[in-house]
Design a protein around this ligand. Structure first.
Ligand code: ADP
Length: 612
């Protein structure tokens, strides 16, 4: 980038966004776009993708067209742009006809800088004519992974986006995504017919997220323990089915943990209301299916809890990606159980892409049940190396998992029991029965099949049935056992034979015991204290209420006014003059103009009352 244009770019960055430097790869992407080259940019959630195209859109002649898959996503971005004084609009089917007419007129005047539209809309003839009648700067394809069959969110209407190159040549096209494996990246380039594209692939890793994966047992108390830990913070609790959402949401509300439910089975108005209340910070916790989230830009989500396995690592990465978009520490908890695998398997049964999807599901199951550095596994899955020896931000690297001391012997005992019962009875058995046999527990089934007489009966008598079940679960997830059929019968896989011969050793963890849980809680508390060391927490809460009030009166999501990072900075600096306020993180000309006085007043009052 030329020096003078770099200065110009930095000036725009400060004026509109209030930032003084770029996040990794933003500047590279911006220069490629300004140079008119086609691009593919992959930046993890929170990596600042929107700024990469919004800033050049302000600098270039003409209007940029942004194709986005979700109406709520478009609306949030356009609201945020308008709040910065940028001429941007949305054009999609959610608008009333007269609104659509107004936007079309605005576009025709040639004064718009950014137009957000849906892929369906782009493909209509009248849209084509409209866009061909005005100067365009470039096209952006947001969530570009939706174009690939190999991706996890394939959308038919994204498939046709190749028409952009046919209809609007030579205008450049810029694809953006947060989660794409190498295969998907190649597919995006091919499908969009990008010409000599410049690719900017950032690390998928999100260092500010801490991942923990636990086996599900008493899910209500598991969740309420976490809600107590995260009291006053924003979070999403994901459930697999709509019914689970309704049940869990009602139970938690009854227990005093305020939350709102969200799923695709609810009527549109209620759903929108719940989403808006969350975005405006009137409520902090959502219990939802994955239908909730893609359009959620609330940047201060501090925790995401999965009460069941998601269906792929891509989904997990995307769903947890909603936490900590502001770059501040956030926590991801995943509770899994073998039944989730079976539920997903049956749901995927009719998909035309069943094979691919089942493979993805198996990788996720493996991720859950094979203890390893979670950051590393995620990075490797997306074809990237992970540089650090320890991430210091997952249950494995934080030493929160207690390893089984003799995993080979434990595995061999279990696998031989599965083998033996099958051999003597001619049929396979489920995990419950295998655990009873290993424990040496008499049951009707043990009696009926005479399994108290076999050599593996009571082989793990010193362990609890729950412990044995947990070990079995991990062996299934790691691919040493297969669970099949109506009765979830267990069978050995080819890799099981390697374990039986002692050629391969599974990695097994013990169930979390109360003492370990307490240790984790204490450590978490200490870390949080460090994070808030110089920030006045009381003032932060006061500022947060002001932000919620402004969001309510303006009818916009709270993060559009200020992110938590800005509020924390205010609660640290406590600016009482406009000069001091201008130094707060994220304060540009427009924010200064719109909000400085209101927030300075709040801070002055707070200090006057001797609270500071
Ligand atoms: P993505 O779409 O990649 O998830 P966003 O565009 O929502 O990311 O940006 C994430 C957060 O980072 C937003 O709060 C945004 O304002 C902030 N951000 C973007 N660029 C910068 C920058 N150069 N400096 C500081 N913060 C930034």
């Amino acid at each position: 980038m030329q020096n003078n244009s770099r200065q110009q770019i930095l000036a725009i960055l400060k004026k509109y966004w209030g930032y003084t430097s770029f996040l990794p790869l933003q500047e590279d992407t911006i220069s490629s776009i300004l140079a008119g080259k086609d691009t593919l940019t992959m930046l993890a959630t929170g990596g600042g993708k929107s700024l990469c195209f919004q800033l050049p859109a302000l600098m270039k002649e003409g209007m940029a067209v942004v194709i986005s898959p979700l109406i709520s996503l478009m609306k949030d971005q356009v609201d945020a742009l308008k709040d910065m004084g940028v001429a941007a609009e949305v054009l999609n089917s959610s608008l009333a006809p007269e609104e659509q007419g107004r936007v079309v007129n605005l576009v025709s005047t040639g004064k718009m800088k950014l137009l957000y539209i849906s892929p369906e809309r782009l493909q209509q003839d009248r849209t084509r004519q409209l866009l061909q009648s005005v100067p365009l700067s470039f096209f952006v394809i947001d969530e570009a992974h939706c174009i690939s069959h190999w991706g996890h969110d394939f959308r038919e209407d994204y498939r046709n986006l190749r028409i952009i190159k046919e209809w609007f040549k030579p205008i450049s096209v810029h694809a953006f995504t947060a989660t794409a494996t190498e295969e998907v990246q190649k597919d995006i380039l091919k499908e969009l017919r990008l010409e000599n594209p410049q690719t900017h692939i950032g690390p998928v890793d999100r260092p500010n997220l801490t991942y923990r994966v636990w086996l599900r047992s008493q899910i209500i108390s598991q969740v309420t323990d976490l809600l107590k830990k995260h009291a006053g913070e924003a979070g999403i609790i994901y459930c697999l089915r709509r019914d689970d959402v309704d049940t869990l949401s009602a139970r938690l509300n009854a227990l005093g943990f305020e939350n709102l439910p969200y799923h695709a089975g609810m009527d549109d108005d209620t759903r929108r209301l719940h989403q808006d209340r969350f975005a405006r910070e009137e409520v902090d916790v959502m219990v939802a299916t994955i239908a909730f989230g893609m359009g959620i830009d609330r940047s201060n989500i501090r925790f995401v809890i999965h009460t069941a396995m998601p269906k792929s690592i891509e989904h997990y990465h995307q769903e947890t990606g909603r936490a900590g978009r502001d770059g501040l520490p956030a926590h991801c908890y995943l509770f899994y159980g073998g039944s989730d695998f079976l539920t997903w398997k049956s749901l995927l049964e009719d998909s035309p892409h069943k094979e691919v999807l089942l493979e993805k599901l198996q990788s996720l199951y493996h991720f859950c049940s094979q203890p390893h550095c979670r950051h590393r596994v995620l990075a490797n899955y997306f074809g990237q190396k992970y540089g650090k020896a320890s991430c210091d931000a997952c249950d494995y690297c934080l030493n929160e998992l207690e390893m089984v001391e003799d995993p080979l012997i434990v595995s061999q005992k279990i696998l031989s029991c599965v083998y033996r019962v099958h051999q003597v009875s001619g049929i396979g058995f489920g995990a419950g029965h295998i655990a009873n046999v290993l424990k040496g527990k008499q049951s009707d089934q043990v009696e009926t099949w005479g399994h108290h007489g076999i050599s593996t009966f009571g082989l793990m008598a010193e362990e609890s049935v729950a412990f044995i079940r947990y070990m079995i679960e991990q062996l299934i997830g790691q691919g040493f056992l297969r669970r099949e059929g109506e009765f979830s019968t267990l069978f050995l896989t080819d890799s099981a034979r390697k374990v039986l011969k002692g050629e391969q050793t599974p990695v097994l963890v013990k169930p979390l015991v109360a003492a370990k849980k307490e240790e984790i809680t204490q450590k978490g508390r200490k870390k949080k204290e460090e994070e808030w060391a110089e920030i006045d927490q009381e003032l932060f809460q006061v500022l947060r209420s002001k932000r919620a009030e402004l969001a309510r009166t303006q009818g916009v999501p709270a993060f559009i006014i200020f992110g938590d990072k800005s509020l924390r900075d205010m609660a640290r600096i406590k600016p009482t003059t406009r000069e001091a306020f201008a130094t707060v993180y994220g304060v540009g000309d427009y924010k200064m103009h719109a909000y400085a006085d209101a927030f300075i007043k709040i801070i002055q009052n707070f200090l006057r009352l001797g609270m500071g």
